[in-house]
Design a protein around this ligand. Sequence first.
Ligand SMILES: [Zn+2]
Length: 284
Amino acid sequence: MGACFSGSIPHHTFNKGPAHQRSALRSHSVSASSPSTAAPPPPLDGSDLTNRLPPELWNLILSFLYPSQLTRVARVNRRLYHLINNLGLWTTIHTKTFPQEPLLLLPNVPPSTCYTLFICASSLLICEQCFHHCKDAQNYFYTLERWLRGGSFFIPLPVWLPWANASIRLCFNCRKSHFEQHPEPIPNSFKGKRLCLTMVRERLYLSDEEIIQVKRFGCGPGGYKFCAEDALMTARTIYGGDIGIATVEKPFPELLGRSENRTYGYHKRRKIMEAGGTWQHIAE
Ligand SMILES: [Zn+2]
């Protein structure tokens, strides 16, 4: 799971899983891959703390975690790696994000491992909440002006979820609904302040049509002054929170290219293995 979902997690709190939002995820995660396709589990070692819980209980615990959290827990030891690798979640995500594209499996590798590898390789463009694949974000570029802003705010961006104690990649729509329920605080630098037209354009990336919606004050010698809080809230709505505003000038095609390189790596590995190569050949 080298190439995986990104985000930062200081520490895990299993008992804070967002159960009310995770029912779909949980139901898929608990049902691990069928025994016929799963690799045999590593031998039990009584000295390992993780062996004190049966797999069923681990699967239940893991079902409360988001994909980026799972990929980090998988690095703890072989047993957790094996358990997470065999969760049905990865196949479920693939079915949802690529319904028309059955995965070409790596030869002599368990299907569950193939799905895990491919989904982790695609993770830059997959929302961890709704599993939407955001490659089609370019369809949102309905104006040249919107294209010039970069467009990266349409892809999944890391958002801090207090109840998960983690940063999770959320798509534009999931970010918007998240911030409606959990509004971001207004920074002191915006509270009760006024901004000039240039600041609203260059700091918050609002177009002239959008600026018209912002509460403004009388036109003085220096032109109109705009309510900083209202301008910020307008920009947050348009770009999906502060993280979206911060991403405005980052080019979308570059991020798309990075993701495609990673999925290309999976298929390159498959071709090498089909030609008789091994994992060692790929690493060389
Ligand atoms: Zn989403």
